[in-house]
Design a protein around this ligand. Structure first.
Ligand code: AHR
Length: 516
């Protein structure tokens, strides 16, 4: 029998050949806490790209679309429900072309500029610093502001931070007051460049490291703020970048980023459709999304060399599935539908980041509204929550909890000659002792039985909540005509016997259980 064995320091699982009639077994050591799962792993990314901001979040006060001070009320309420912990803005590639001074002052006096990276459309700058930071306040989210390193200067960056954060009597702080905001916002997270190896300036890592240090010098902590400085990292297995930046600049950075986009299709020029796909594109999407684990581990290994004390975080500040654009849409707007497959990709990505929460303290799904793997889609005055939205809803149970140590024996799911585990999961413990489980059955066709054996605990109370996300097909979607095709439902196919919990997961499903 062929056995694939995957081991990590904290979690281990065996994959059994699918022909075996064995169940999945997970041992949860409820008294062994591995690391804290920061709520910031559940962050979002909102770029000036297509309808990500304009139409998706911001419609302006005079719009016919119901709004609260210019923000779409439906989107605001949907995001409030998710307790969005942080939002990264204004890009992405847009960040390295952005001049913050274009986005302050009376809206009708702001300049029209060109969004040269995303579709060459006119950017009227009506959504700027005040609009973004007030939005994060309304959501109770931390702002993560990406600075312009590619085409900007350290002075512009420093001025922007002073404008946002200084509470004293400087000209820039007073300009903020003239523009309607008395108190500083207290921005705590600043990105210094985005994809500086590509759209952010096509630099090599040695050059970027020098530039990073120059810019980071002028990220000042005003008025009691202690800013977390995030360096631009690379994507996938480009470990050489992390290696060099850590070697040259680790003493001056608090985090380095990693981007990972799942491409279900063959290549960047044939990424596969977001609708009406079959099991091939489903399986390949899941299989490739699972590679995030390997990539995070690879970057962590490099970081460990220069920072064994784990002072520096690895922020996965862009992740998600990137498909071909919807037919008929502007290719520069990155519009795609969002299916049950994508929700399962979100679940396994979040499980992987939870597992690496010793270094991964922040992550941002790309993107929040209307772009790539969006949690919300809008069209005119209509709004839908995507299947991915519901995964974010379920996973709130893991916010600021302790990851529990587990071992597992997992059956395999094979397709087209490839094999992956059929189950992905996270087990965590809240401050009040509640145990939170999210378990995903990746198998497109077969139900999976899972036996969870709790150790290090005398007795388990009751399963107080059970919810499930599933649908008829892996390609099932929500549409404006049928917005509730893929939604959360109550789930009760579980049985607690002493310290053993047995769960039966339908094919292609995500289940969340809490145990008091
Ligand atoms: O999310 C879309 C783009 O993907 C971002 O602007 C860029 O950082 C990445 O290449």
């Amino acid at each position: 029998m062929k056995k694939i064995v995957c081991l990590s320091i904290f979690l281990s699982f065996f994959i059994l050949a699918s022909s075996q009639a064995q169940n999945n077994k997970i041992v949860i050591n409820a008294d062994q806490e591995v690391s804290t799962i920061s709520r910031h792993i559940y962050g979002h990314f909102a770029e000036h790209l297509g309808e990500g901001i304009y139409g998706g979040v911001w419609v302006g006060e005079d719009s016919d679309i119901p709004n609260t001070n210019g923000y779409r009320t439906d989107v605001l309420e949907a995001l409030q429900h998710l307790e969005v912990p942080n939002i990264r803005w204004p890009g992405g590639c847009f960040a390295d072309e952005y001049n913050w001074r274009d986005g302050i002052g009376p809206i009708d006096e702001r300049p029209n500029t060109i969004n040269t990276h995303w579709g060459m459309v006119i950017e009227d700058n009506s959504f700027g610093t005040h609009e973004f930071l007030n939005f994060t306040e309304m959501l109770g989210a931390e702002p993560v502001v990406a600075m312009n390193v590619g085409s900007g200067t350290p002075r512009e960056m420093q001025n922007w931070i002073e404008y946002m954060n200084y509470d004293g009597d400087s000209d820039l702080a007073n300009l903020r007051r003239e523009n309607g905001r008395d108190e500083p916002w207290g921005v705590n997270y600043v990105g210094i460049g985005n994809e500086s190896w590509g759209c952010g300036g096509n630099m090599d890592p040695a050059y970027y490291s020098d530039l990073y240090k120059r810019f980071a010098t002028y990220v000042r902590d005003y008025s009691g703020n202690e800013i977390t400085r995030v360096a631009s990292g690379y994507s996938n297995e480009q470990y050489y970048w992390t290696d060099k930046v850590m070697e040259e600049a680790s003493h001056m950075l608090d985090a380095i980023s990693l981007h990972y986009y799942t491409i279900a299709g063959e290549s960047w020029t044939n990424k596969g459709a977001s609708v009406n796909f079959g099991e091939d594109l489903y399986f390949d999407g899941i299989r490739k999304a699972l590679r995030l684990d390997e990539f995070i581990q690879g970057h962590k290994n490099r970081m460990d060399e220069y920072d064994p004390e784990e002072r520096v975080g690895l922020f996965v500040d862009e992740w998600g599935i990137w498909t071909d654009p919807l037919p008929g849409s502007n290719p520069g707007f990155l519009q795609q539908q969002n299916s049950l497959r994508d929700a399962l990709i979100a679940a396994i990505s979040l499980d992987i980041m939870n597992k690496h929460s010793d270094r991964v303290w922040m992550a941002n799904i790309a993107q929040m509204v209307n772009v790539l793997q969006a949690v919300i889609l809008t069209e005119g005055d209509q709004m839908i929550k995507t299947p991915t939205y519901h995964v974010f809803d379920l996973y709130r149970v893991h916010f600021d909890t302790e990851l529990l140590q587990t071992n597992s024996t997992i059956t395999s799911y094979g397709h087209g000659g490839e094999v992956i585990p059929s189950i992905s999961y996270t087990a965590s413990k809240s401050d009040d002792g509640r145990i939170n489980l999210t378990i995903t059955n990746l198998d497109a066709d077969n139900t999976q039985d899972v036996e969870l054996d709790f150790r290090g605990i005398d007795h388990l109370g009751t399963v107080s909540t059970g919810m499930i996300l599933t649908a008829d097909e892996v390609s099932s979607i929500n549409t404006f005509e049928d917005p509730e095709n893929v939604i959360l439902q109550d789930f009760s196919d579980h049985e607690l016997d002493g310290t053993t919990l047995s769960v039966t997961l339908p094919s292609k499903s995500v289940v969340m259980l809490t145990i008091e």
